[in-house]
Design a protein around this ligand. Structure first.
Ligand code: GLU
Length: 400
């Protein structure tokens, strides 16, 4: 019998981080692997934000901060929510955590009892179902296909809700599909949720600023459900600050207090220095930020280029994602094909095949709840993207 607890033995490792680790190990052996697995901006944190971190050290913000975060940061988050989302929150509704993942697990720990169902529109980010299982909840996956741009319909959402549903985890712009729900699409989902007053919504808005054609919309804007929406966001993606590890929630007061209580016993506050840098980040108006404009424009160019290249590869079906920095091609046309004695029967097989034979690291769709697909993160240079598309095409041509 293992010395380890059931909860960890039953947990799948993070597929995004596992693939990234494998590609790093191959690179360390001198193999020229192009890593399109992990999703993080390849831009550096803007100078003004870095300077605020340096100032925080020089000004001795090196002691324990209050558990839910410094008041100036929580106020800056409220300012951001009013400025960007027209939403009113008070600082006691905000809890700052050690990255978005930490903010999410706090909410699940605070709200989910054993056996509670958590509805997750799918394809979904790898960690949601695993975190739900970790808190002894039951993930209920609602599938959306490429024909719907991977967006869940109100009918599908309605059908997934039962008397045991506690939460719906919603994510737009989506990781892994890059799909962005429009106002009307969200309104239709909000109408369904309005009929279920006991169901709460955890809205992961971490890719808010990375949209191309359509504008970001929050589920929290709908009055009839606003009191049941917990917004999760952070500085990682919009401000190229993944390593600073700052995420937060904006939530009803009792839920925010519960998350603060959990955090107080488990991790205490997030880094004082990263918090001070995040104040500088969040006080920037994204409408006026040249850094953000440049980043989004660059992502858009790379997306267009990559879609064009991927569509030249027989067997791949590629839709146009309108946000985040992911493409989620469908590989149904390649299922059953062989390379030597290996058969491609799912996205993970395809990802392993590409890593071994094309030295391109990406993530199979299986852990995102769609084994007929794979995810490309195009947050890397154009040269690397062009070369990876060339390698993928060449490798696919070898499949029989
Ligand atoms: N959100 C990123 C991704 O999906 C970071 C890795 C992770 O935490 O899963 O690649």
């Amino acid at each position: 019998m293992s010395v380890l607890a059931k909860r960890v033995l039953e947990m799948a490792p993070s597929a995004t981080l596992a693939m990234s680790k494998r590609s790093r190990e191959m690179q360390e052996q001198g193999i020229d692997v192009i890593n399109l697995s992990v999703g993080e901006p390849d831009f550096d944190t803007p100078m003004v934000i870095k300077q605020a971190g340096i100032d925080a050290i020089n000004n001795n913000f090196t002691h324990y901060p209050p558990v839910p975060g410094y008041l100036d940061l929580r106020k800056a988050i409220c300012t951001k929510l009013t400025r960007d989302n027209k939403l009113t929150y008070s600082p006691d509704q905000i809890v700052v955590s050690n990255g978005g993942k930490h903010a999410i697990i706090n909410v699940l720990l605070a709200m989910v009892n054993p056996g509670d169902e958590v509805v997750i529109p799918c394809p979904a980010w790898v960690s949601y179902p695993e975190m739900v299982k970790f808190v002894e909840g039951v993930p209920v996956l609602v599938q959306a296909g490429i024909e719907d741009d991977f967006k869940v319909t109100p009918e599908k959402l309605e059908a997934a809700i039962t008397p045991k549903t506690k939460l719906v985890v919603f994510n737009s712009p989506s990781n892994p599909t890059g799909s962005v729900y429009s106002y009307n699409e969200l309104k239709a989902l909000a109408d369904v949720l309005a009929k279920h007053p006991d169901v709460y919504i955890l809205s992961d808005e971490i890719y808010e600023f990375i949209t191309f054609e359509s504008k970001f919309e929050s589920l929290a804007q709908f009055e009839e459900i606003k009191d049941r929406v917990i917004i999760m966001n952070g500085v990682s993606k919009g401000y190229a600050m993944t390593g600073w590890r700052i995420g937060y929630i904006a939530a009803p007061k009792d839920i925010a207090a519960a998350c603060g209580k959990i955090q107080g016993q488990m991790t205490s506050a997030a880094s004082s220095i990263a918090q001070k840098a995040s104040v500088a980040a969040l006080l920037q108006d994204p409408q006026k930020s040249e850094d953000l404009k440049h980043m989004v424009e660059t992502f858009r160019k790379r997306r267009d280029m990559m879609i064009e290249k991927l569509r030249e590869i027989p067997g791949l079906k590629v839709n146009v994602p309108t946000g985040a920095f992911y493409i989620f091609p469908n590989i149904e046309g390649l299922i059953g094909k062989k390379f030597g004695d290996k058969t491609i029967s799912c996205g993970d097989d395809f990802a392993n095949f590409l890593l071994d034979n094309a030295h391109v690291a990406l993530v199979g769709g299986d852990s995102f709840g769609d084994p007929k697909s794979f995810r490309i993160s195009y947050a890397t240079s154009e040269d690397k993207l062009m070369e990876s598309a060339r390698r993928i095409k060449e490798a696919v041509a070898k499949l029989k």
